[in-house]
Design a protein around this ligand. Structure first.
Ligand code: PLP
Length: 430
């Protein structure tokens, strides 16, 4: 295999400049834009597999059995799920729709954990009939409904209680989930009572405890705090007769968007497993649910510059990707690096990179120094997670194409959506 002439972009394995041309593995970004059009999401197979392999490696060699469950909501394309299923990963889902995707991609329901604060009875039934390994329960009322649905289905539902450990993960408020003011999880002082109560429900069996404290988390410390509180609860539950087989640490490990330096999967997992062992839980089964850190840095969004527009106040680069295609910048004020497909010489200007959607919040990046001409293709880096998965059709825009690069090969894993598809199911009045 050809080695790349230049080091990869920091934090972005398999994405690099060869001379002045950006490449994803061995394929140039300009060639991808020319073949597939823009906007298009492009993923590197090698980068996805490398990240997944890092977790497998971190899990090996520890006496604690670790079950890897990819959080489907980060990127739910069937080809991405298929790659992970082939590597032996299970999945963390938050809806019946995600379960159907996992099954369509060749995943096994027996390696699926069902998370989410608002599961419908219909989705519970679907998951029970498919045979998911565990429901992560977020409230007493949800547990009661699941018991009833399981009774109707003639099954026993295996459940974990997702507790809210009330720790500050130090992340953006919209992606923090482990504070007591968040909607997620069962409060610590209700969790033990609910564990005791679950023994009275004949169609559920308590097997685990779970916590997930947020996303894009840059350090291990909040996880250790959460784990200590979770283990305190396990001890309290077991003193009252519960038997907790597994401990689900959630996902949330951060990635490099601009200059972050989050722990590697190894650096993240090793201290957590050490803490479990130190507290006498080293032989319990552990589950982890990473999403972003598997696919985030493996994907870019390619977009073409439509117009350069200068006002007395600003320089704008109006591009053909908008907030409907990539909502992270405007939803979370997230910063993602934007680089040209072909580097050109000349005078850099500071641009706001904005989309065509009729909203002032429609921006991909602000105040970026770039040398640009109309027609230039740009790559928004770190777009593999919560990119296409959160895309919408606002402004009647078809969602982007998705392409997976594998060495020098390209696979169109989802064609660009057409406008006819958007309104195919709508009906005119008689
Ligand atoms: C979103 C989510 C994850 C994955 O989070 P990442 O930040 O993408 O790793 C894992 N578990 C649960 C319960 C989630 O809601």
């Amino acid at each position: 295999m050809k080695t790349l002439a230049q080091p990869t972009l920091p934090g972005h394995p398999h994405i690099a400049y060869d001379g002045d041309s950006l490449r994803i593995e061995q394929v140039s970004a300009s060639a991808l834009a020319a073949s597939f059009g823009t906007p298009t999401y492009v993923y590197s197979r090698a980068a996805i597999e490398q990240a997944a392999q890092q977790y497998l490696h971190a899990a090996q060699g520890s006496p604690t059995p670790v079950a890897l469950r990819y959080a489907v909501k980060a990127n739910s394309n069937l080809a991405v799920l298929q790659l992970l299923a082939r590597m032996g990963w299970g999945f963390d889902i938050v809806s019946g729709g995600e379960l159907q995707r996992v099954l369509a991609a060749g995943g096994a329901a027996g390696n699926v954990v069902f998370s989410g604060v608002g599961k419908t009875a219909a989705d519970m039934r679907l998951a029970l009939d498919a045979g998911v390994e565990c429901f992560n329960i977020e409230s007493p009322n949800e547990l009661a409904v699941l018991d009833r649905v399981a009774q109707q289905a003639g099954r026993i539902a295996r459940v974990a209680l997702r507790v809210n450990p009330d720790v500050d993960a130090g992340t953006h408020p919209y992606i923090s989930t482990g504070l007591k003011t968040n909607k997620f999880g069962i409060a610590q002082d209700q969790a033990v009572d609910l564990a005791v109560h679950s023994a009275l429900l004949p169609h559920v069996r308590l097997v685990g405890i779970a916590s997930h404290i947020g996303s894009q988390i840059a350090s291990v410390a909040p996880y250790l705090d959460a784990l200590d509180r979770v283990l305190d609860l396990v001890q309290a539950m077991e003193r009252k007769g519960a038997q907790i087989e597994h401990i689900d640490l959630g996902g949330g490990l951060g990635i490099r968007y601009t200059d972050e330096t989050p722990p590697t999967p190894q650096e993240w997992l090793a201290p957590l497993l050490a803490r479990l062992a130190a507290r006498g839980f080293g032989h319990r089964r552990v589950m982890v649910e990473p999403g972003r850190s598997i696919v985030g840095n493996a994907g870019v969004l390619l977009t073409q510059t439509l117009f350069l527009k200068s006002t007395p106040a600003k320089h704008f680069a109006v591009v053909d990707a908008g907030m409907n295609d990539l909502i992270r910048p405007t939803l979370y004020e997230a910063e993602q690096a934007v680089v040209p497909a072909e580097r050109r010489r000349g005078m850099a200007l500071r641009y706001d990179i904005v989309g065509p959607v009729c909203e002032s919040g429609d921006w991909l990046a602000r105040d970026r120094s770039l040398v640009l001409a109309e027609g230039d293709v740009l790559a928004v880096l770190s777009s593999g997670a919560y990119g296409m998965a959160m895309a919408s059709n606002y402004n009647s825009r078809g969602r982007p194409a998705e392409v997976l690069v594998d060495g020098d090969k390209t696979h169109l894993i989802r064609p660009r959506e057409t406008v006819e598809q958007l309104y195919a199911s709508e009906r005119l009045l008689p």
